[in-house]
Design a protein around this ligand. Structure first.
Ligand SMILES: *Cc1c(COP(=O)(O)O)cnc(C)c1O
Length: 361
């Protein structure tokens, strides 16, 4: 069986976790601080705040930015539900946007002018060109769940060059993993403090009232990352460059191997940019047949994603999203992860070719 994505966990990752288990803190101790410091070094952001999941990170970003009832929050149609759900968690309204078929990202030139906020998703790991936003809403949140390790000419994704907050996920299929986990980076001191309060019950220490005293004035949750998870994350971050380089190598190899097949390849990173290749989403004819045939052959392709307007919760008329509809019709993510071997990749291509030969005359 070849999955579409899979974590790479080695003995040094296991040793890092074991060391925490033998220590004094299992949660919210020095390992979380170290993980956050490493994320700052890698992204160049002033602050990084760890969370229990990427979804919690997005929720915290929406709360910290002060979004609420009446606020319209733009989000591309082609993304995971959490990119839109985060707006609903704070009472705001997701506004689903059609994608640009050339990037599979939202179209920076077509962002409506009446939005309070934008959740910009770096789909598959290719950064959105946020420097080109026609209309910059008050709040720009990057959903960089796919894009740790990606770069634009303005630097690493996560440095918030054109955003207020940037959210990451460390789910096992993402670029690095903590099991479950997420983080938000920002350069704004007040936003960073608000993020920390939100993920820690809204607690504000009040040493002026006594060493034990604290006060809760606003909404908060237990969205903490554990030290166990953070230790895994720090160990994984040491391999980020290797992981992303390997993903790029395998993506280039897919491009070569697939040249003569009737598939649309995913957009590549422009010169001066770096793709993180969380996914390798191609577009194929007769997608249902190709999906079923590959899965029956133990090649576990996946579809990323059912567009947001396809869910009754975020619903809308598919006809209003012609670009997303056209892409979604053929969309299929081929296996791509650092430990995928070239032999396995060759197997994927041979089986894809066989499935396509059954549907293409
Ligand atoms: C994975 C993902 C998330 C959510 O992250 P979790 O850590 O699974 O909560 C959000 N947005 C996108 C685009 C994702 O792919």
């Amino acid at each position: 069986m070849i999955p579409y994505g899979r974590q790479s966990v080695d003995d040094d990752d296991i040793a890092a976790v074991t060391a925490v288990l033998k220590g004094d803190w299992l949660t919210q101790g020095p390992a979380v601080d170290e993980f956050e410091a490493r994320l700052c070094e890698i992204t160049g952001a002033r602050h990084a705040v760890a969370f229990s999941s990427g979804t919690a990170a997005l929720h915290a970003a929406c709360f910290a930015a002060g979004l609420g009832a009446g606020d319209r929050v733009g989000v591309p149609a082609l993304t995971f539900a959490a990119s839109a759900a985060c707006a609903t968690y704070v009472g705001a309204t997701p506004v689903v946007l059609d994608i640009d078929p050339a990037t599979l990202n939202l179209d920076p030139d077509a962002v409506p002018a009446d939005l309070e906020a934008l959740v910009a998703v770096h789909y598959a790991g290719l950064p959105v060109d946020l420097g080109r936003l026609a209309a910059r809403p008050r709040v720009v949140i990057e959903d960089a769940a796919h894009a740790l390790g990606a770069r634009t000419p303005d630097g690493p994704v996560g440095n918030c060059a054109h955003s207020d907050l940037c959210c990451f996920s460390f789910h096992p299929v993402k670029v690095v993993t903590t099991g479950e986990g997420g983080a938000v980076t920002t350069n704004d001191d007040d936003l960073a403090a608000a993020l920390r309060r939100f993920g820690r019950h809204g607690v504000v220490p009040r040493p002026d009232l006594g060493g034990w005293a604290y006060e809760i004035a606003e909404e908060g949750h237990n969205f903490r990352l554990s030290d166990i998870a953070a230790a895994l994350g720090t160990s994984q971050l040491a391999k980020l460059e290797r992981f992303v380089t390997r993903r790029n190598h395998l993506a280039d190899r897919y491009r070569d191997l697939l040249t003569d097949l009737p598939v649309v390849l995913p957009p590549a990173a422009p010169v001066g940019w770096r793709h993180a290749y969380h996914l390798f989403p191609v577009q194929v004819p007769a997608r249902t047949h190709v999906y079923d045939a590959l899965r029956a052959d133990e090649v576990m392709v996946q579809v990323h994603y059912v567009p947001l307007y396809g869910h009754p919760r975020f619903g809308g008329d598919p006809a209003a999203f012609p670009a997303t509809e056209a892409v979604y019709r053929g969309l299929l993510s081929l296996p791509l992860f650092p430990d995928l071997t070239e032999d396995e990749q060759d197997t994927v291509v041979v089986k894809l070719e066989a499935a396509l030969s059954e549907v293409v005359a």
